[in-house]
Design a protein around this ligand. Structure first.
Ligand code: ADP
Ligand code: MG
Length: 264
């Protein structure tokens, strides 16, 4: 795929705790294990994707924050993730200030797009882990992305939140980024024994059809344990159900993309 531009995916959902960061880290590792060149951008001041990638956020003197403020080059700030086989653009608490500091700046919605434009030729995939809000950071992610990956839990209010998100994507499409698409909806932390989860899952498929990934991520304790070791679950316990499901997701995404290329 060398010479081609990276496929940029924003992993987003304004709800917290739905599996965005878990998906970002484990999909990055999954794609890397399929010999894809991957950059993971941590765009959440909590820095969970950074820590989960085995990089201590407190040791990062330069992060995505300086990149957004044009104080540092993306190519300089990125670094290899601990063991996942991908590159990381780290974040820490400093990023919380970016929202305010960017307000009066020119092209404030396009700072991430501008920065990724300088490194996209080095990657097949760039994944952006978004904060749990529809704020300026998320708008930067949506302005930079080719497509949106939405992890969600199949619970009663999930569909309601989804329509807000779909509306935001529509607005971004009309103003900042006409090319943006919804890449897929991921059922994360899924419990097949839960009847409500099954019903919401059916509703999702009715509304969004083949935008819903075939791969389902089950609730799995190894997935939850891995970040405390600074490892993707693939590296922590690659036989676990969680690791296998994230590998399936990586394969599904790569295959879909290959199919789109042959059809085009
Ligand atoms: P978000 O980034 O959307 O806020 P996280 O990815 O941080 O969500 O996930 C929220 C919590 O749920 C974390 O503690 C994470 O370890 C846990 N978690 C995520 N996915 C799974 C899973 N498949 N099985 C078990 N725990 C999970
Ligand atoms: Mg998160």
């Amino acid at each position: 795929m060398s010479g081609k531009k990276a496929h940029i995916l924003a992993i987003t959902n304004q709800k917290g705790g739905v599996g965005k960061t878990t998906t970002a880290v484990n999909l990055a590792a999954g794609l890397a294990s399929l010999a894809q060149r991957v950059l993971l951008v941590d765009l959440d001041p909590q820095g969970n994707a950074t820590m989960g990638s085995g990089v201590d956020k407190r040791d990062c003197s330069q992060t995505v924050y300086q990149v957004l403020l044009r104080q540092a080059e993306c190519g300089v700030v990125r670094r290899p993730a601990g063991q996942g086989g991908y590159d990381l653009l780290p974040a820490n608490r400093e990023l919380a200030g970016a929202e305010v500091e960017l307000v009066a700046e020119p092209a404030r919605e396009h700072r991430l797009r501008e920065a990724l434009g300088t490194v996209h030729q080095d990657y097949d995939y760039i994944l952006i882990d978004c904060p749990p809000a529809l704020n300026l950071l998320t708008v930067n992610a949506l302005a930079a992305a080719h497509a949106v990956l939405i992890p969600m839990q199949c619970e009663y209010y999930a569909l309601e939140g989804l329509s807000d998100l779909v509306n935001t994507v529509r607005k971004v499409k009309a103003s900042l980024n006409p090319g943006i698409e919804i890449e897929g909806l991921l059922r994360a932390m899924f419990d097949p024994r839960n009847t409500l989860a099954q019903q919401v899952s059916e509703q999702l498929k009715r509304h969004f059809g083949d935008k819903v990934y075939d791969t389902v991520i089950p609730r799995n304790v190894r997935v939850a344990e891995a970040p405390s070791h600074g490892l993707p679950v693939l590296n922590y316990d690659h036989h676990s159900k969680g690791a296998r499901s994230y590998m399936d997701l990586a394969r599904e995404i790569v295959e879909r993309r290959a199919r789109l290329h042959t059809e085009a």
